[in-house]
Design a binder for this molecule. Structure first.
Ligand code: PLP
Length: 457
C-alpha cells in the first residue's frame, strides 16, 4: 500500500467514524468496568441528558436514579455550567500546570477551602477520584518524611472499600475482584480493617446502624502488630459507596479518628461519592462530625461535566511538606491536566449552583421522604436489607443460587427497559438521584423498582 493510498484510507476511516448519520462500530472501544461482549451484543447508549432524565439512543426517556455515576448532583445540562465551560474553552483552552498557573485554579481552590470542613484549606487538583486517592497516599508519606518519621510507610484500608483503580487505590481498596488480578504487584505495606456490613444485627436500620462501632478497634490491633511508627495513614469512605452503600455504624468514625490521633496516623476520608451534598451535608465529614486530615473529592466537584478530582489537606500537613523541602519543587507530583481551565470553570460554576439553589439543604429536606420511599420496598421478594442516608439508597437482594450478582443485574436491565437507570454492585441495587429530584421522581423510582422486584426470578 502506498503512502498516498494509506492516507486516503485513513481519511475515509476518520470520515466514517465521525459520520453521525450512521451507528458507530462498537468494536474499537474497550469499555471500563463493563461486560464488553454482552454490552456489544445489546448496547445501551445514551445520547442526551437534561435535568433528571437521559434520552436513550432509541428515543426513550430514562429517569436518572444514579446521578450518572454518583456525579451529576445538580442534574443534567445545567445552563450555568454549560456556559462556563463554553466560555472558558474559547478564552483559555489550556495552560501548563507545572511552574505556570492561571487564575481559575486559584479561585476554585479558594472556593473549595471555603466550603470544606474547618482546617482543610489546601487543595491539590487531579483529574479523577483515583488520582486523588494516589495523591493523598503520597501526601501522607511526604508529610511523615518531612516531620522526620520516614519509617511510616504502611497504610490501612478497609475490606470492601473502593478507592479507584490506580495501583495505590487498588492496594488500599478492599474489593477482592478488583485486587485479585494485581495482588502480586501491589504494595505489601497494607492492612485492611474489617468492613462494617452486619445484616444479622443491622438489617433494615433507619439511618446509621446501631451496631458495629467496635469494629474500629481492629485498628488498635493493627497498630499493636505493626507498630504505630510504621503506619502513615488510614483511608476509608465515610459511606462505602461502590461496594453497595454501607453506612458507618454510629460512633465508628469517631472511634477511628480517636485511634488515629492516639498513634499519629493521618486519617484520609475518600469523599469522592459522599462529597457535595450526597449525604445532605456538604461532605460526609460534616454529616458525621468527624474531620479527616486529608480528604479526596471528584465527581460532584464539576457535576460530572468535566473530569476533575482534588485532595483537600489540613493546612499543617501542607505546611510541613513546604517547610521541610529544599528550595525548588516541594512535592514531586502532579498531572498535565491538574487544575485544567475547563474543569476549573465547571467547578466554580457547579459550586455556585449548589449555593444559589441551596442544593445541600434541599437534599436535607428531601432525605426523610427518600428514606421512607426506599424502606417502603421492605417485604418485596428477595429484599434482604434496605439502607438510606441523605440522598443515597441501597436495596440488597438475596443472591440467586450459584450465580452471585445475577439477580441484581437482571433488575438493572429490567429497570433500564422500564425507563429507570440504577446501578448494581454484587447483589445490591444502589441509588443516588440528583439532588434536584422532586417527590414525583422518587415515587416513580420506587414504583418502577417495586414492579421490577415483584417480577424477578
Ligand atoms: N474513590 C471512591 C470512593 C469512589 O467511589 C471512586 C469512584 O467511584 C473513586 C475513588 C475513583 O474515582 P474515579 O473513577 O474518578 O477515578
Amino acid at each position: 500500500m502506498t503512502h498516498t493510498a494509506g492516507s486516503l484510507d485513513r481519511a475515509d476511516a476518520l470520515a466514517l467514524a465521525a459520520d453521525a448519520s450512521r451507528d458507530p462500530s462498537l468494536d474499537a472501544h474497550w469499555m471500563p468496568f463493563t461486560a464488553n461482549r454482552a454490552f456489544k451484543r445489546a448496547p445501551r447508549l445514551l445520547v442526551e441528558a437534561e435535568g433528571m432524565h437521559y434520552t436513550a439512543a432509541d428515543g426513550r426517556r430514562i429517569l436518572d436514579g444514579t446521578s450518572g455515576l454518583w456525579c451529576v448532583n445538580a442534574g443534567h445540562g445545567r445552563a450555568p455550567i454549560v456556559r462556563a465551560i463554553q466560555e472558558q474553552a474559547a478564552r483559555l483552552d489550556y495552560a501548563p500546570a507545572f511552574q505556570m498557573g492561571h487564575p481559575l485554579s486559584f479561585r476554585l481552590a479558594e472556593a473549595l477551602a471555603a466550603i470544606a470542613p474547618a482546617g482543610l484549606d489546601r487543595v491539590f487538583f487531579t483529574n479523577s477520584g483515583s488520582e486523588a486517592v494516589d495523591t493523598a497516599l503520597k501526601m501522607a508519606l511526604a508529610y511523615h518524611r518531612a516531620r522526620g518519621e520516614p519509617s511510616r510507610v504502611r497504610f490501612v484500608g478497609r475490606q470492601r472499600g473502593y478507592h479507584g483503580v490506580g495501583l495505590g487505590g487498588v492496594a488500599v481498596g478492599g474489593i477482592e475482584g478488583n485486587r485479585a488480578p494485581f495482588v502480586g504487584c501491589l504494595t505489601p505495606h497494607v492492612d485492611h480493617l474489617p468492613h462494617t456490613h452486619d445484616p444479622a444485627r443491622n438489617a433494615f436500620s433507619r439511618g446509621q446502624p446501631a451496631h458495629g462501632a467496635e469494629l474500629a478497634d481492629a485498628l488498635e490491633r493493627i497498630v499493636a502488630e505493626r507498630g504505630a511508627e510504621t503506619i502513615a495513614a488510614v483511608i476509608v469512605e465515610p459511606v462505602a459507596g461502590s461496594t453497595g452503600v454501607l453506612l458507618p455504624p454510629a460512633g465508628y468514625l469517631e472511634r477511628l479518628r480517636a485511634i488515629c490521633d492516639r498513634h499519629g496516623l493521618l486519617l484520609i476520608f475518600d469523599e469522592v461519592i459522599t462529597g457535595f451534598g450526597r449525604l445532605a451535608a456538604p461532605f460526609g465529614a460534616d454529616r458525621f462530625g468527624v474531620v479527616p486530615d486529608l480528604m479526596t473529592v471528584a465527581k460532584g466537584l464539576t457535576n460530572g461535566a468535566v473530569p476533575m478530582g482534588a485532595v483537600l489537606a489540613r493546612r499543617d500537613v501542607h505546611d510541613a511538606v513546604m517547610d521541610a523541602a529544599a528550595p525548588g519543587i516541594e512535592f514531586a507530583h502532579g498531572y498535565t491536566y491538574s487544575g485544567h481551565p475547563l474543569a476549573c470553570a465547571a467547578g466554580l460554576a457547579t459550586l455556585r449552583l449548589y449555593e444559589d439553589e441551596a442544593l445541600f439543604a434541599r437534599a436535607a429536606a428531601m432525605a426523610p421522604y427518600w428514606e421512607d420511599a426506599v424502606h417502603a420496598l421492605r417485604g418485596l421478594p428477595h429484599v434482604v436489607d434496605l439502607r438510606a442516608l441523605g440522598m443515597v439508597g441501597a436495596i440488597e437482594l438475596a443472591p440467586r443460587d450459584g450465580a452471585p450478582g445475577a439477580r441484581a443485574f437482571d433488575a438493572f436491565l429490567e429497570c433500564f427497559h422500564r425507563g429507570l437507570l440504577v446501578r448494581v454492585t454484587g447483589d445490591t441495587i444502589a441509588l443516588s438521584p440528583p439532588l434536584v429530584a422532586e417527590r414525583a421522581h422518587v415515587d416513580t423510582m420506587v414504583d418502577v423498582l417495586g414492579g421490577v422486584l415483584r417480577g424477578l426470578a
